[in-house]
Design a protein around this ligand. Structure first.
Ligand SMILES: [Zn+2]
Ligand SMILES: [Zn+2]
Length: 244
C-alpha cells in the first residue's frame, strides 16, 4: 500500500484558533516515529482555481490567514497524491467541512472537503463519510455518521457510534467509490471542548473499519483544539494504518 501524509509545520503558527493547536501533537508523532511526509508545495495561483478571489482576499485579512492558506494547500496536495497513492492522510487547521463558498462557519474558513472534491475534478468517484460533532449536508455521496440530519452519535455510547459507523461504511461501499474519504473532526473526542465525546480507542476502531476498504482512501483530520488529543489519536491512527 502506497501511503502518504501531507503535513505543514506552518499550520501550527496561528495560535489564535483552536484547530492550529492540535498540530503540535501531530508533529510530535511524526518526529518520534520518523514518519516522512509531503509538504504542500502548491503554488498560490492553484488556490484561485478552486476559490473565488473575494473570499481569499477576505481570509488574507484574518490574523490566522497563513494557517488557512497553508491548510488548503495541504488539501490540494493531498488530491494530487491520491491519484497515485492508495492512502493519503491530511491534518488540516482553519479549513473544515462547514464553510460555504462565500461564507465562514465555525472554525472553517475554507471548505476542505469541497476543495478536495473539486481538485480531483471528477476523475474518480468519491464518497465522503463525515464523523464530526457538527452535522453537514453535503449532497449525494456525502454521508454523515448520524444518518438522520442531526448529529446524535455523541449522545450515545461508544459502542453505538461504532455500530453507526459500520452502517454508514456499508452504505458507502454500496455506492462503489474509487476514493473513500473519512472526514474526522477531533471535536468528537471526550477530552475536547464538548465533553461527552468518544475515546481514542473508539476512533482507532473507526479507522480500522475504514481501512478495510480496498480502494483508495483519504483521511482528513480536522477540528479539535488540543495537542494531547491529536497526538494520541494520530499515533493510534498511524498504528492502525501500519505506518508505524
Ligand atoms: Zn465539528
Ligand atoms: Zn450528522
Amino acid at each position: 500500500m502506497r501511503a502518504s501524509i501531507v503535513f505543514s509545520p506552518f499550520l501550527k503558527n496561528s495560535y489564535y484558533i483552536g484547530p492550529c493547536r492540535k498540530i503540535d501533537g501531530i508533529e510530535r508523532v511524526l518526529e518520534r516515529f520518523s514518519i516522512s511526509y509531503h509538504l504542500p508545495d502548491i503554488d498560490n495561483f492553484e488556490i484561485y482555481k478552486y476559490h473565488d478571489i473575494k473570499i481569499i482576499e477576505r481570509i488574507k485579512k484574518l490574523p490566522f490567514a497563513d494557517a488557512v492558506i497553508e491548510s488548503i494547500k495541504c488539501v490540494i496536495k493531498g488530491a494530487e497524491l491520491i491519484k497515485i497513492d492508495d492512502l493519503v492522510v491530511i491534518p488540516t487547521a482553519g479549513t473544515g467541512h462547514k464553510a460555504d463558498e462565500m461564507r465562514f462557519s465555525g472554525y472553517s474558513f475554507l471548505n476542505d472537503i469541497k476543495t478536495f472534491l473539486k481538485a480531483l475534478e471528477s476523475e474518480m468517484k468519491c464518497v465522503v463519510i463525515d464523523v464530526d460533532r457538527h452535522h453537514v449536508e453535503g449532497g449525494n455521496d456525502y454521508l454523515c455518521i448520524c444518518e438522520e440530519g442531526s448529529c446524535i452519535c455523541f449522545e450515545e455510547d461508544d459502542t453505538t457510534l461504532i455500530k453507526n459507523f459500520r452502517d454508514v461504511f456499508e452504505d458507502a461501499l454500496k455506492r462503489d467509490p474509487d476514493v473513500l474519504i473519512l472526514y474526522l473532526g477531533l471535536d468528537i473526542h471526550e477530552r475536547e471542548y464538548f465533553g461527552n465525546g468518544v475515546k481514542t480507542e473508539t476512533i482507532r476502531e473507526i479507522v480500522k473499519i475504514f481501512n478495510s476498504f480496498n480502494g483508495k482512501k483519504v483521511i482528513i483530520i480536522a477540528g479539535g483544539s488540543r495537542d494531547d488529543v491529536a497526538e494520541e489519536v494520530f499515533k493510534a491512527m498511524m498504528e492502525e494504518l501500519k505506518i508505524i
